[in-house]
Design a protein around this ligand. Structure first.
Ligand code: SF4
Length: 414
């Protein structure tokens, strides 16, 4: 999408909803265009991360979000500033110069991959073959999760390269590699990384040829797998997601509700550069956590103001959509209430908490123990349900919500 001056043209289709936004296809929201960046191999060099922070402040509102598919989003970009932003993103390798490249399926890597290991090797080979895949529905993605213990099993993806279980004992030990179609409990064993990639490319063609486009996602596609892809082995026992704090590669920081100002992220990158042999490169994860490479073995992980270092912090787990004014569908602000709930009701509510600007419930599809849904400027309280569920109380202000929850703190059911 370049104009005759070789500059990015204005976004042409930002008003269409229901597609996956990208850098070349920004999505209009209540606070301007939302521009999504897919870091290559899930990693940004220190220079890329600092450039992204600067771009967020120069061309957008300065707020950066980390999505549940490990992408970074800039908010508050305008149609006037978007072309300049694209220049910067392309220059720093944060967006492909070819707009069609971002229509290809996203690769999501287990974040602690090492150069040359099976995850890295599979990603490198797949990256080179994305152009051989048929055009797939927008939201489709590929998880490359070939470490000893798969960690991306609950993350949205359509095809998975994983470590296979080596036997039927519990917990399952890890064995060779397998390729698994999402929604199927078992995958097809393969004998090498190259064979896994070959198999996966072939599966994408089978998906389209067997009518998968109509289903939209692999999980919803009910066609039986082809005879050449017998699913016979489960993945190895799942591993734990990255814990906040020290990590062999550096330090893991949490983003409150999955978002942070660029200035805070810049400080996280700079915290790594204080250590010897620090790179300050950043790996993205689907769990509101960033792994900043660098603080070095034995060093304490530095804390960074504005980021989380306590794994029990409710801001790491509560599901909160952007709400007003960031989303034009919202009639309420969500972040203020979420923050108050996190501060005042910590430990009171067992189970997931969801604050949603409207009944669409973008931040969480599954039921939550407590769900607060915005409607006509107030909140509805839903217990054990989704954002569009039947409320037990309606028309609540923020203080009504807190009062209601505190009053019922001893009740087995709210
Ligand atoms: S749930 Fe509603 S308010 Fe929240 S982001 Fe989605 S559409 Fe916007």
């Amino acid at each position: 999408m370049m104009n005759r001056m070789g500059k990015p043209a204005k976004p042409t289709e930002p008003r269409i909803k229901g597609w996956c936004p990208g850098a070349w296809r920004p999505m209009p929201t209540g606070d301007g265009l939302l521009v999504r960046v897919r870091p290559r191999l899930g990693r940004l060099t220190r220079g890329q991360m600092l450039s992204l922070c600067e771009a967020a402040e120069t061309f957008g509102s300065g707020l950066i979000e980390l999505t549940s598919r490990a992408n970074l989003q800039l908010r508050g970009v305008s149609e006037a500033t978007w072309p300049g932003l694209m220049d910067v993103l392309v220059e720093h390798g944060l967006a492909d110069a070819d707009p069609h490249a971002e229509r290809r399926p996203q690769l999501l890597l287990a974040p602690d991959w090492q150069a040359g290991d099976a995850t890295h090797e599979a990603a490198r080979l797949l990256q080179a073959r994305l152009g051989e895949m048929p055009e797939l529905p927008d939201k489709m993605g590929i998880a490359i999760d070939a470490g000893d213990a798969p960690v991306l099993g609950e993350v949205s993806a359509d095809f998975r390269i994983e470590r296979a279980a080596s036997g039927t004992l519990q917990p399952r030990a890890s064995g060779g590699l397998l390729v698994r179609a999402d929604g199927r409990a078992l995958g097809t064993p393969v004998d090498s990384v190259a064979a896994a990639v070959e198999h996966l490319v072939r599966l994408t063609h089978w998906f389209v040829d067997s009518g998968g486009r109509e289903s939209g996602r692999m999980r919803r596609h009910q066609a039986p797998l082809p005879a050449w892809a017998p699913a016979s082995i489960p993945p190895a026992e799942a591993g734990a997601r990255l814990a906040l704090g020290k990590h062999p590669k550096g330090a893991v920081f949490g983003l409150p509700f999955g978002r942070a100002p660029a200035s805070v992220l810049r400080a996280a990158v700079d915290s790594a550069s204080l250590a010897p042999e620090a790179s300050g490169a950043v790996r993205v994860t689907p769990w509101r956590r960033l792994l900043v490479e660098g603080p070095g073995k034995g060093a304490e992980a530095a804390s960074v103001a504005g980021l989380l270092d306590d794994n029990r912090d409710p801001r790491l787990s509560m599901d909160v959509c952007p709400g007003a004014p960031h989303c034009e569908q919202a009639s309420v602000e969500t972040l203020g209430l979420a923050l108050e709930l996190a501060e005042r009701l910590s430990g009171l509510i067992e189970g997931p908490v969801h604050v949603s600007g409207c009944a669409k419930g973008c931040a969480r599809r599954q039921p939550a123990e407590v769900c607060l849904t915005g409607r006509a400027g107030r909140f509805d309280l839903i217990v054990g349900g989704r954002a569009d569920g039947t409320p037990v109380a309606t028309g609540l202000t923020e203080s009504d919500v807190i009062e209601h929850l505190e009053k019922n703190r001893d009740a087995s059911r709210l």
